[in-house]
Design a protein around this ligand. Structure first.
Ligand code: ADP
Ligand code: MG
Length: 604
C-alpha cells in the first residue's frame, strides 16, 4: 500500500514553515531581513493581534522584477548564494531561500513589488501555498508583503502561539533590535493601527538608543571600540557605566556582524567584565557589536538564526572580556582626571572628554563622561548631600543607612554594647547573653522593611514632594506596565503622573525613598511588574512587593556608619516584629552565648 514518493512542494513548504517560522515574530524577522538585504532605507512594520491576524512589511529597497517576484516564491530560490562554498562568506541575512515560500504556505500572502527598471509593479496573491492571482499594479520602487491569518490552515501550530500581548512583545522587541543594529535605516512599527515606535535614520548609535529606549538609558552608556589586529576581532558600541545595572537582561544586546544574537559566550564575557562593578544579580545594559570574519562564526545553527556558534569560543570570550574591562578602566581613569580638574558639577551635567577612545569610530560619537563620585560602585554619600532635585544620577549613588530613629521605634534594649565594626559588614556586640555578631545590611533591610510595611498598613504613606518633578520615559511596553499599576502605586505615597505617551513625571515619593532613588526604583518596579506578568492584575503591587524591592541591596550601603548609628541600628532591629531574619530570609545576627563560651573553655 505505502510507497515512497516525493512530497509536493506545498507540503514540503508547510513542513519547512514549521521550522523557519514558529511564531509571528519569525515572519517579521525574515521579512525585515529581506528588506535590509534589499538595501531598504525605510522599513515599516505593521501588525495586528500579535501578528496572528495580520503582518505587513513595507520597504523602499530595490524590489523585484515580474520574473523575480515569481521566482522568489519557489523553494530554494535565493539571489544571495550560488554554491555551498559561498556559505562561508554570506554577508546577507538570508540565504536559504526558504522564508517566502514557507510563509506563503501557511497564510494568506500578498506580495507587491517593483524594481526600478520597471514602470509597474507585480502583485501576487497566494492562499495556503496556492497561487490565486498574479497581476500588474502601480506602486513606487520597493516591496510590500502582507501576511494574514498566519497558521490558520495549520491548527496544530496555531495552538502553540501565546497570547496577543506576548507575541506583540516579541515583535516589538525584535524590531527594536533591528533598529539598533541599523541606525541608518528609518523604522516605523505599528500595532493595531497605533505607532509603537518610530525612528528616523540616526547619525549614531546613541541617538538611536535614545529614540528607542529613552534618553536616560542612552546617557547611562559609554562608548566601546576595541580591535585586535591579530585576530581581526573588533568590538564596538555602547556599554553601561560602572554601577549601572538593570534587573533584566533585555537591554544587554549583543550583535555579531550586525545580527542580534543570543550567545552565552558573549553575555557571560560581558557579565564577567562587570563583575564587582555592578550588583550581583543585575545586568549591565549594553549594545555591543562584534565584528569578525564570517568564517569565524556559524549562523547556520538554527533556522531562526538567533543562536550562533563561534569557531573559537575561548578567543572570543577573552577578547570581549578584555575589551570591556579596558573600556571601563579607561572611563574610570577619565572620570578621576576630570574630577580633579573640574569644580564639582551637578550630577546631571555632562562634559565632553578629549576623545580618548571612540573618536575613530564612525557612527559612534565621542564619549561623554559624567562626573560621578569617585567610587562608582557603592559610593558612600553622606546624608548632607541629599537634595530633592534629582538629575540623571545613576543608580549607584546611594545614600548611607537611614538610621534616624523612627517615631514608632521604642528606645529599648540599651544592653547591647558595641565592641567593634568589622570588615564594614559586621558589628560585634557584648550583650548580657553572649557575644552577638550583627550583619549590618541584613539588619538594615529588616528595619527599613518593617518601617515601610507599617506605613502601608497604617495607610499613612507620607509623601515628599520633589522640588523639581522628575521626567521619566519608558518604552511602550514598560509604559503600559506602569500605567496598569499607576493608581495602586500612587495610593502608596508616590505621585507619578502620565504627561504624554510613554512619558511620566515623578512629582512625589514616599518619605522612605530618597528622591535620587526615585527613578531607578520605579524602573525596577516596572521590571518586576513585567516579570510577574502583572499588567493584567489590578493589584500586582502589594505592599510586600514594594517594601521588599525598596530594601533590596542596591539602595543602601552600610559603610561609613558611625558607632552611634550602628548602635541605633541594633536597637531598631530589636524592636522589629521579626528581628532574626532579613526580608529575604537571611539571618540578621548570630549569637554565641556566654554558656557556650564556658562550655568551650571549661568553667573553672
Ligand atoms: P533568502 O532571503 O534566504 O534568499 P527568501 O525566501 O527570504 O530567501 O527570499 C527569496 C529571495 O526573494 C531573496 O533572495 C531576494 O532575492 C528576494 N526578496 C525577498 N524579499 C525581498 C524584498 N523585500 N526586496 C527585494 N527582494 C526580495
Ligand atoms: Mg530571507
Amino acid at each position: 500500500m505505502s510507497s515512497i514518493h516525493i512530497l509536493s512542494d506545498r507540503v514540503a513548504n508547510q513542513i519547512a514553515a514549521g521550522e523557519v517560522i514558529e511564531r509571528p515574530v519569525a515572519v517579521v524577522k525574515e521579512l525585515v531581513e529581506n528588506s535590509l538585504d534589499a538595501g531598504a532605507t525605510q522599513i515599516e512594520v505593521e501588525f495586528r493581534n500579535g501578528g496572528k491576524s495580520y503582518i505587513r512589511i513595507t520597504d523602499n529597497g530595490k524590489g523585484m522584477s515580474p520574473d523575480e517576484s515569481l521566482l522568489c516564491l519557489e523553494r530554494h530560490a535565493t539571489s544571495k548564494i550560488r554554491e555551498a562554498a559561498d556559505l562561508n562568506e554570506v554577508c546577507s541575512f538570508g540565504f536559504r531561500g526558504e522564508a517566502l515560500p514557507s510563509i506563503a504556505s501557511v497564510s494568506k500572502f500578498t506580495l507587491r513589488t517593483r524594481s526600478k527598471e520597471w514602470e509597474h509593479g507585480t502583485e501576487i496573491f497566494i492562499n495556503g501555498g496556492k497561487m490565486i492571482e498574479k497581476k500588474d499594479c502601480g506602486m513606487p520602487v520597493g516591496t510590500v508583503i502582507e501576511v494574514a491569518h498566519l497558521f490558520n490552515s495549520v491548527p496544530a501550530r496555531r495552538k502553540f502561539l501565546k497570547t496577543d500581548p506576548t507575541e506583540t512583545a516579541h515583535i516589538t522587541y525584535n524590531c527594536r533590535l533591528f533598529a539598533v543594529a541599523h541606525p541608518n535605516v528609518a523604522f516605523r512599527v505599528l500595532e493595531n493601527g497605533r505607532t509603537v515606535f518610530q525612528s528616523p535614520a540616526c547619525e549614531n548609535l546613541r541617538d538611536r538608543i535614545a529614540e528607542i529606549w529613552g534618553r536616560n538609558l542612552a546617557d547611562d552608556l559609554i562608548p566601546v571600540d576595541v580591535s585586535d589586529p591579530k585576530t581581526g576581532f573588533r568590538l564596538r558600541g555602547l556599554t553601561a557605566k560602572p554601577g549601572v545595572g538593570r534587573s533584566t537582561r533585555r537591554e544587554l544586546v549583543t550583535l555579531v556582524n550586525r545580527r542580534p544574537v543570543d550567545s552565552r559566550t558573549l553575555s557571560l564575557a560581558v557579565l564577567d567584565a562587570y563583575h564587582g562593578r555592578i550588583q550581583k544579580g543585575r545586568y549591565p545594559p549594553a549594545f555591543l557589536f562584534l565584528e569578525i570574519q564570517p568564517q569565524e562564526v556559524d549562523v547556520n545553527v538554527h533556522p531562526a538564526k538567533r543562536e550562533v556558534r563561534f569557531r573559537d569560543d575561548g578567543a572570543i570570550r577573552r577578547f570581549v572580556l578584555n575589551a570591556i574591562t579596558e573600556t571601563l578602566a579607561a572611563s574610570r581613569a577619565d572620570n578621576i582626571a576630570q574630577a580633579v580638574t573640574q569644580i564639582p558639577l551637578a550630577a546631571d551635567v555632562k562634559i565632553e572628554t578629549p576623545a580618548s577612545l571612540a573618536a575613530k569610530v564612525p557612527g559612534i560619537e565621542k564619549p561623554k563622561v559624567a562626573i560621578l563620585p569617585s567610587s562608582p560602585i557603592y559610593p558612600a554619600v553622606s546624608k548632607a548631600t541629599h537634595t530633592n532635585a534629582i538629575g540623571t544620577a545613576p543608580q549607584a549613588v546611594a545614600p548611607t543607612l537611614d538610621v534616624s530613629p523612627s517615631p514608632a521605634t521604642p528606645q529599648t534594649t540599651p544592653d547591647w554594647r558595641l565592641i567593634i565594626v568589622l570588615k564594614k559588614r559586621y558589628a560585634l556586640f557584648d550583650t548580657p547573653r553572649g557575644l552577638v555578631m550583627l550583619h549590618l545590611r541584613h539588619a538594615d533591610q529588616r528595619v527599613r522593611f518593617e518601617r515601610i510595611s507599617k506605613e502601608f498598613k497604617n495607610d499613612k504613606a507620607t509623601s515628599q514632594r520633589l522640588l523639581i518633578p522628575h521626567p521619566i520615559e519608558f518604552e511602550p511596553l514598560a509604559s503600559a506596565a506602569l500605567k496598569s499599576q499607576l493608581q495602586q502605586l500612587n495610593a502608596q505615597g508616590f505621585q507619578v503622573e502620565e504627561f504624554g505617551r510613554n512619558f511620566y513625571r515623578i512629582e512625589a515619593v514616599p518619605t522612605w525613598l530618597s528622591p535620587e532613588q526615585a527613578e531607578p526604583f520605579i524602573r525596577d518596579l516596572v521590571d518586576l511588574i513585567r516579570q510577574r506578568g502583572g499588567m493584567r492584575k489590578p493589584n500586582a503591587l502589594d505592599s510586600d512587593v514594594i517594601a521588599r524591592l525598596a530594601v533590596e541591596g542596591s539602595y543602601r550601603r552600610s559603610d561609613s556608619l558611625t558607632d552611634q548609628a550602628v548602635e541605633q541600628l541594633a536597637k531598631d532591629l530589636l524592636s522589629c516584629d521579626t528581628p532574626h531574619t532579613s526580608p529575604f530570609g537571611r539571618p540578621t545576627f548570630s549569637e554565641v552565648s556566654w554558656n557556650e563560651w564556658e562550655r568551650r573553655f571549661g568553667s573553672d
